[in-house]
Design a protein around this ligand. Sequence first.
Ligand code: UT7
Length: 325
Amino acid sequence: MSVIRAVPAGTGSYLPERILTNEELSETVDTTHDWIVERTGIHQRHIAAEGETTSDLAVHAASRALEMAGITVDDIDLIIVATATPDQTFPSTASRVQHRLGMAHGFAFDVQAVCSGFVYATSVATQFIETGKARAAIVIGAETFSRILDWTDRGTCVLFGDGSGALVLRGEKSAGTPQDRGVLSTELRSDGAHNQLLYVDGGPSSTQSVGHLRMEGNQVFRHAVRNLAEIGEVALNSAGLAANDVRWIIPHQANYRIIASTAKKIGVPMEQVIISVDRHANTSAASIPLAMDEAVRDGRIARNDLLLLEAMGGGFTWGAAAMRW
Ligand code: UT7
């Protein structure tokens, strides 16, 4: 049976120049480099410059992904930006990116699923490509979480950073088997009962302010390991695959311990897990495409490798995608 698959064609990423180390943070809040490394695996994070916006980060990543794919925006019909830190309440950051990339056709919108945003956006783009509504799409995760952190709260401000990553997906006729290249399955979940464990205490209709990120870290941690392992297995099964087919897990980069526990539960060794949390910290929706771009450019990810993407974030939202490179 012939089907259209959403096949990866190029990746790109961008990190702001400024690096903020754990040592620097320990001068402003009651923390230490050793505590942060031991509990999270984070050594440093990047912070957007004054005036540098989420759309600035997104445009850099998208341009690099288009360059790798060897195509222009003329070949793209859809841009999705996964972000919880948009430039404006409206219009979408994606429409700003569309304009700045010089694209005046097709359509662009944002997806808001916080740290799961890239997996959600990949799933949405895949539906448009598989149904023939878009020839190709740029899926971007871009965030400036530094702007919504309470820099006096040591329980959260040490955990996050800014950055962006992008993936070009292109429609290709395929055989319709688990050996096809492209997105083979996506599984999304959410449960709004857990709003108060991870949220921002502001918003246009409630406080008319942007607000700051609040989190019950240890409770989020427990849910994360359980949900991520489960959804990863579901995504593999629904693609007709199993853990031993996986070449690389590309997890959301929130905490090294969450990543390691999840990989163990799924049954994939840590040598097959792409890690960037040490250098980027948690960049929310940007973390998976940032890690993916690094591993594509340094040659770890090769053609026909099976990738398992998994993420969890505020909402709660969580999801996974199986994709053959
Ligand atoms: O992107 C998805 C959403 N986010 C996550 O997935 C994050 C999930 N959670 C985590 O990564 C971890 O729970 C944290 C890294 C946030 C915290 O690690 P933990 O092992 O769960 O520590 P804890 O929250 O249970 O806190 C242990 C202690 C507390 O002190 P007491 O009450 O035991 O005296 C905290 O006050 O560590 C203290 N603490 C800190 N100490 C030094 C909390 N933050 C810090 C800090 N430096 N930055």
